[in-house]
Ligand binder design. Structure first.
Ligand code: HEM
Length: 557
């Protein structure tokens, strides 16, 4: 009889079940096999049946499976992966097994990384081998259909789309659109002052208006963008659809899979919207009334790029979807952090008053405002927006530091774990922007006029698949969080008896993009004067926004 503790010990000695490089052919076979079937279970769904090529470890498990009452906890190591917030369980396992380990789930080898250095080594330095994306089972064909750029395989469609997006996000649009987040902000501030309980709505509307203008030259499509972002987010989230966990379910006919029918409806509606926006912008261009936008740039270049209308519509539509829920999530986390750590609100307000006097901060203030930048930075470290990351897939066998990583492995740079690496982030659960401001911390970097900067931070991913929205995000966060600190005081709410209402630190949504669940707080303008100033900023922004997009700042007129 094989004892469970011995089996676990075997696994522990090979903390990565991504196996160590081997010295004898027998070891090699063992290594190959354990890499393929690490911490595995005999799921009926495993493609390659373990009986056909059982090796030592598999045999131990085979015996364990049939003979031991302890098999339940062993299986539990795999089946016990929670459907929600699984990244926390994977972090616990990396604390136990080390910063690189693998888990076999339904026949697929998943490698989880808990170290920024290892993630960079694999996903950036060896990008040639690790830049593909896993299939999203709930979608019809996320890797090959030229629709969702972030989900495309490492193929020609991806190359072409990435090049086009780089062009339209980096060239003329940058200068034209720089101040959009600033001009749109006073509306959100006014709305928050009027009705703080609806903060989720106002924050999504704000990021939706900004990305709607950028994508289509018009803010009015923010509601559609939000709807389709929520739809796509649900479709790709393991917590929403069991198909995203058990790939074999994809083979079921539509009749037996309600989720397939749901997906078809979602996808068809979204396609109609994207095509409608393509048509709308192209008609406006013909009439000479189109505002600058990503869609306009794509259409201007369509004859040269040779994109089909559908692909052109999807490239811009996808950017629209990528830009709304990601950014609003951190604005919500700001409210949570200020409720729990009010001392940082005071510090950032002191900096704003010192640098800006009475006015709202704008992008030119950035070099003089390290505290504001540190608050932003700490928000995305403390509560990463995609805590489980967007995985890469390996296209060629690789050996890293003695660990064998076979082709077809899904690699997850676990952001929850990486942003909590003990050597980099002392007391990682504490929201502490000082770790970016104080030379005593390992994360401090000079010059302080530039750092901290969110550019290339781990939460934006790695290598050739790194996020394409970092400039926009940096700009939007500085403006929106600076503006909120300038205009608003956030405090804990009190009940009828005057007692502070408890604020949960860890109640976050369960989909791939994570945001705090609704919580209670008090929001007031910093003063009556500030409230009036917010209204003035909003009135001043209207003529600059509608029509033409302007590269101007109202307070400087
Ligand atoms: C705070 C907000 C955001 C976060 C945390 C974030 C994070 C990420 C992450 C983790 C990835 C995957 C990187 C990898 O595979 O290694 C990604 C990819 C991507 N992001 Fe973002 N993102 C944000 C906002 C945005 C915005 C605003 C846009 C565009 C407007 C955008 C566009 C993209 C695109 C196009 C990709 C796909 C890149 C590729 O697969 O080649 N993101 N983002």
């Amino acid at each position: 009889m094989v004892r469970l503790d011995r089996v676990l010990d075997t696994l522990r000695r090979r903390p990565s079940s991504v196996s160590r490089q081997h010295e004898t052919p027998a070891d090699a076979e063992y290594a190959m096999h354990t890499a393929r079937y690490p911490i595995s279970t005999y799921s009926p769904f495993i493609k390659r049946h373990p009986w056909t090529d059982a090796t030592r470890l598999e045999k131990i498990r085979l015996n364990t499976w049939f003979c031991l009452p302890e098999w339940i906890p062993l299986i539990g190591r795999v089946w016990d992966i929670p459907r929600v917030h699984a990244y926390k369980r994977f972090k616990d396992w990396s604390d136990q097994y080390g910063p690189i380990f693998s888990v076999n789930i339904f026949g697929i080898n998943h490698v989880w990384l808990a170290s920024d250095r290892i993630a960079n080594d694999l996903l950036s330095r060896r990008a040639m081998k690790h830049s593909d994306r896993p299939s999203i089972n709930q979608l019809a064909d996320s890797k090959s259909e030229p629709e969702y750029l972030p989900l495309l395989g490492y193929n020609e469609h991806w190359r072409r789309q990435r090049k086009i997006v780089t062009q339209f996000m980096n060239t003329s649009s940058k200068a034209q659109f720089r101040n959009l987040p600033y001009l749109e902000l006073p509306q959100m501030l006014s709305e928050l002052i009027e009705s703080p309980d609806d903060y989720e709505l106002f924050m999504e509307n704000y990021t939706g208006r900004v990305i709607s203008r950028l994508s289509f030259g018009d803010p009015l499509h923010y509601d559609d963008i939000k709807r389709y972002s929520h739809g796509l987010l649900k479709a790709i989230s393991p917590a929403a659809y069991v198909t995203n966990i058990i790939p074999q379910l994809k083979a079921l006919p539509a009749l037996l899979s309600p989720w397939k029918r749901e997906e078809r409806a979602r996808h068809d509606e979204e396609r109609v919207f994207f095509m409608r926006m393509h048509g709308t912008v192209s008609s406006k261009m013909a009439a000479g009334t189109a505002q600058p936008s990503y869609m306009k740039e794509v259409l201007d270049n369509q004859p040269k790029s040779g994109l089909s209308d559908m692909e052109a519509a999807y490239i811009v539509g996808m950017i629209g979807l990528a830009g709304v829920l990601t950014t609003s999530s951190t604005l919500m986390t700001y409210l949570l952090a200020m409720t729990l750590y009010p001392q940082w609100q005071t510090k950032v307000q002191e900096e704003i008053d010192r640098v800006c006097g009475d006015r709202m901060p704008n992008l030119d203030d950035s070099p003089q405002m390290p505290i504001l930048r540190s608050v932003v930075m700490e928000l995305i470290r403390w509560r990463p927006i995609t805590p489980s990351s967007i995985p890469h897939e390996t296209t060629e066998d690789d050996v890293y530091d003695g660990y064998f990583i076979p082709k077809g492995t899904y690699i997850h740079p676990n952001q929850w774990a990486i942003t909590r690496e003990a050597s980099m982030y002392p007391d990682p659960e504490v929201f502490n922007p000082d770790r970016w401001l104080n030379p005593a911390y390992p994360t401090y970097k000079e010059p302080i006029t530039k750092f901290p900067s969110i550019q290339n931070y781990t939460t934006f991913g790695y290598g050739r698949r790194i996020c394409m929205g970092m400039d926009l995000v940096e700009n939007e966060f500085f403006i929106a969080i600076g503006g909120m600190a300038w205009a608003l005081n956030i405090t804990k709410k009190r009940d009828a008896m005057g007692r502070e209402i408890h604020v949960p630190q860890h109640e976050y949504s369960t989909y791939l993009i994570s945001r705090p669940k609704k919580f209670a707080f008090e929001l007031k303008p910093r003063s009556e004067k500030r409230k009036l100033q917010v209204a003035d900023y909003w009135s001043a922004a209207i003529p600059l926004l509608d029509p033409p997009v302007a590269n101007k700042i109202p307070s400087e007129e």
